[in-house]
Structures are given as C-alpha cells and as structure tokens.
Design a protein. Structure first.
Length: 300
C-alpha cells in the first residue's frame, strides 16, 4: 500500500499506473480491415487517448509530465548496509509525482520516534528555551532565534521527555525551568519527541495561486469547497504553526499571507488544534513571541 504527501499526488499516481498498465497490455485485434483512409494512431497511445486528462488541466493545477517523472524518483531510498541508522522518515516510503522535489515537506516533517539533543548555555547562561507543562508533559513553548536551542534543532511544540536523565512527566512549568537553570552550563542532554500535538497538511496551489482556506489571527476559519485544502483534510479551529517548516507563530496575518504567496506551488503547513495552541501560549505576551521566537527557515 503506497503513501502519498497529498491527495493530488495519489490521484496523479493512480492515473499514471492505469496508463502504464494500458500501454503494457497486448494490442487488441482490429475489428475491421485496415483502410488507407484510417486515422493514424497516436504515438504511444494505440487507438485510444491517454487514460488520464491533460496534466495542465488536472484539478486546476499547473503540471507537466517531465516534472512528474522527475518527482517520482525523489523519495525512493535504497538500503545502504553499513551506514549509521537514522530516525525513520515517512517520506522515504512515499510516492510523490507532484510533490517529490519540494523542500517544504522535508522541513515540516514530524518524524516518529525520539531524539537526543545536547545543548550548552551561551555567554549569558541561557539556552533560549521556554517550556510549558501540559497534561503531565513538558513542551517547548518558545525557541529564541540564534540561541543554542535554535541551533540544536528544538522547535515549538516539541515534547521534552527527559532532561539530563530525569523523566519530565508530571513536572510543573516552574520545576522544568528550575532544572534548566541549575543544569551544568557545558552540557544539557534532552530527550525529545517531535511535536506530538501537531500535524502537517500538504496542499497545491490552483491555477490562480489559491490553496482554499481563510485564516484570522493565525487560526483557520473557513475552507473553500473543492479546493486543495478541502481535498487534503485541512480543518477549521486549527492554528497555523509553520509554513513549509518555517515557524509563523506571533507573525501578523499579512506577513503569513506574504510567505504563502511567495512560496512555490506545493505548500506544507503545520497546524495545531486551536484550544491546545491557545493553552500553550497562555500568559506569554505577543510582543515577546514576535520579538524572540525563531522564525528562520530550517535547513534540510
């Protein structure tokens, strides 16, 4: 069973499979004798047109066959014996005829499993991290730009499972910050799970450059019928946390729109249920989030 980044990827792949199956099937015998006035068969298509519609007209997307053939091989990964094991990536097993060459999907990916992050404090004795206790777990509430936490790959919404070998389950926000304050400046070891409250949705701009959703103050308020947002299951009452892996929390709506408009045709947004996002950001002023939060584009 194949996995796909988006419904559009799945539909195009199904059409390609159907076309390949048709072209590989033996030709049917002619029902009528050949005539000199017969219409010549299309190259590679027999007596019948291609089974899928013209790609440039499919689902309102601007596509071409060369790009699709290139993208089909992007996510394929061969086993390389002897290499050090890395955290599993669902992208390694996806078929992506449209989205294959898009870096936003890789930047936004929420990987399964846990990872170790080792940080040290800066000259001011800080690591640029604020934590928040939610449902007996400890989560990253803010990552300061250009801080040790940012450089170490910590992201808003990550769950901190351990700090220096101590389990964080049941800790209060105050205790988590106290442990960080008392930790040795040269080495702090975190065990982290990627953003368990968040999910990613990959969408495709139509020929007018639209994705098909409306948002206000970062919260999705309306989904356009038959749009890419609707096809791929984007929901209202969710807050936009990232666009193509870039954190947009604390950024004004016009700036988020600029990021969306300037992006390529494939866009992956990371969303979180609004009630969780509001709880996570509670008691933290918008000015602090806007001025301190790391809004840089992560490296792939």
């Amino acid at each position: 069973m194949s996995l796909y980044p988006s419904l559009e990827d799945m539909k195009v792949d199904k059409f390609i499979q159907a076309q390949a199956a048709y072209e590989s099937s033996p030709p049917l015998p002619a029902a009528l004798p050949e005539s000199s006035n017969a219409v010549p068969a299309e190259a590679g298509g027999g007596l019948y047109p291609k089974l899928y519609p013209e790609l440039s007209q499919f689902m309102g997307l601007n596509l071409n066959e060369e790009e699709i053939q290139h993208n089909l091989s992007v996510f394929s990964v061969a086993d390389c014996p002897g290499q050090i094991a890395t955290r599993p990536s669902a992208l390694n097993y996806m078929t992506a005829p449209i989205s294959g060459s898009d870096f936003g999907i890789r930047r936004a990916e929420i990987k399964q499993g846990i990872r170790e992050v080792i940080l040290c404090k800066d000259m001011d004795g800080k690591i640029g991290l604020r934590l928040k206790s939610i449902d007996n777990g400890v989560f990253v509430q803010l990552v300061q730009a250009n801080s040790p936490a940012s450089l170490g790959g910590m992201r808003f919404g990550d769950q901190v499972l351990q700090i220096n070998g101590e389990n964080c389950a049941g800790w209060s926000t105050d205790k988590a910050h106290k442990v960080l304050k008392q930790a040795d400046a040269g080495r702090i070891v975190f065990i982290v799970r990627d953003r368990p409250f968040e999910r990613t949705v990959t969408m495709h701009k139509d020929s007018n450059g639209h994705l098909g959703f409306v948002f206000k103050k970062g919260k999705i308020t309306f989904i356009v019928k038959d749009s890419s947002a609707a096809r791929n299951g984007l929901l209202t009452e969710h807050n936009i946390c990232e666009v193509n892996g870039q954190n947009v929390i604390g950024i004004k709506d016009p700036q988020i729109s600029d990021i969306l408009n300037s992006a390529e045709s494939v866009i992956t947004i990371t969303v979180m249920p609004s009630f969780i996002c509001e709880h996570m950001m509670k008691k933290m002023s918008s000015s602090i989030v806007k001025s301190l939060m790391d809004h840089s584009v992560p490296e792939v």
